[in-house]
Design a protein. Sequence first.
Length: 156
Amino acid sequence: MAKVTLTIEGEPEEIRSALTVLLDQEVVNLPVDTLQTDSGPVEDAPSETPWSDDDVAMWWENLTPGAQKILAEIATRPEGYPASELAESVGLDMRGIGSRIGSSTHNMKRLFKKNGKFTKPQPWTFNGPLRRYVVHPDVAAVVLRLSESDTARPGE
């Protein structure tokens, strides 16, 4: 049997994201005893609650217009939007996309991080090996509704 020893350092949510990329699948309930810090195991893993429509709306309202445009596009294919197709669709290179959706990460930390732990699952992730953006299904449905209502009110 093969033995693999791997060290991933960072915040619990960063560890979950790294494992998601490595395993090419969502890591939902990471056992607490697998989370280790320099001072020992993390005593309590992040307590995430599902996204409500109000949570998504609050997160959405705090995004920049550029981030909203890109995330609304990704939400049309929440199961996985190839990065090259997204770049073509929004007319930006990967650096341009990354710089615009950065407000999403800042808002997650500001709105949904308490005592160093995220209280919501990440709204979107980037699967590096497959080069695809994936949006949480609960978030995608609300983002599509919100982006439609935004475009229905030009000038606001």
